[in-house]
Write a protein that binds this ligand. Sequence first.
Ligand SMILES: Nc1ncnc2c1ncn2[C@@H]1O[C@H](COP(=O)(O)OP(=O)(O)OP(=O)(O)O)[C@@H](O)[C@H]1O
Ligand SMILES: [Mg+2]
Length: 373
Amino acid sequence: MAQIRIEQIRKSYGPVAVLNGVSFSVEDGEFVVFVGPSGCGKTTLLRTIAGLEKPSGGRIVIGEDDVTAWPPARRGVAMVFQSYALYPHMTVVENIAFGLKVAKVPQAEIDKRVKEAAAMLQIGHLLGRKPKELSGGQRQRVAIGRSIVRQPRAFLFDEPLSNLDAELRVQMRAELVGLHERLRSTMIYVTHDQVEAMTMADRIVVLNAGRIEQIGAPLDLYRQPQNLFVAGFIGSPKMNFLKVKVVEASTGGVAVELPGAQHVSIPVEAGGLAKGDTVDLGVRPEHLHIGSAENAAADLTLPATAQLVEHLGSEVLLHASLADGISLVARRAGDVMAGRGDAVSIGVNADLCYLFDKDGRSLAPLRPRRFPQ
Ligand SMILES: Nc1ncnc2c1ncn2[C@@H]1O[C@H](COP(=O)(O)OP(=O)(O)OP(=O)(O)O)[C@@H](O)[C@H]1O
Ligand SMILES: [Mg+2]
């Protein structure tokens, strides 16, 4: 178990810069999740921590050791890949024990560790099988077992659940969280999956084009995204964005003009904004109201036309177009009886709107936002 410090890590392949000075620390025992669009450098960063890639600049410190120049085996971290990378000709027990055999760990010790890991992962009955005789979830457990027996200082997971079907993912997600609670080891986990990131992470690192956009606890990223990128990336369906004109910027907030010429004052700091500026307004689908009963609590309502209504049973997603043809998605629990072409009114709470300046930075709220309970 150990803290991992990433200091100004850069990585280029020839002229292509993939990591542009990435710095952060993962605390001892912490579960940190990397998210970011495809190609942003998540795998490269993980492989650099594992020692499988050599950084072009910067340092990696694990515990007290600067491991930047160390080979992978000496670093004491275990990496679990999306592809599992099991040896097809070996049985489960041979796969799990392989690394320990190579390291010349005494057989009695190997037997003990394999038995413990197999019990923890509930694969004791599969030890004699070959990988091809296992389901995807079972293979995944073997790959994790192989890393557990090494008793690493940290675990690195690169999209380990992405090959599994939806139900198994949910089950394995819970198992990995349980494993983290039992082992209390440092874990770094890469995923594309919003729900995995939000539910598993102590903290999320949002990467974009080889840079960190924001680091924080899941709900902090959801509630206080620092910029347009994080606001759009965290949350599903994603935040709605509208281009709006500033009609007044003062210490009391920023008044903007919405489609249909309605004005609304958003309680955020004016920053350097001035009347006439065009800014991005963001509002999450789950913070919009649909229908007159709910709209009683809204600060203003926007007339809209339903374009697409997705009935998911427990909730409904309404895609609607406003005056000026701008589209919004609203989400609400239960169901709503609207069909394509129907007139609907969409309620907006000024308090739950975000404004982003011309550099895409989120303007700080004047008072804490009141999120629905
Ligand atoms: N060996 C390599 N040579 C050249 N470019 C590479 C190499 N490995 C990765 N890259 C490039 O580096 C960038 C980051 O790749 P990386 O695999 O780290 O992305 P990622 O965030 O893990 O993406 P994904 O979500 O698709 O797995 C990509 O643009 C990729 O094309
Ligand atoms: Mg990757």
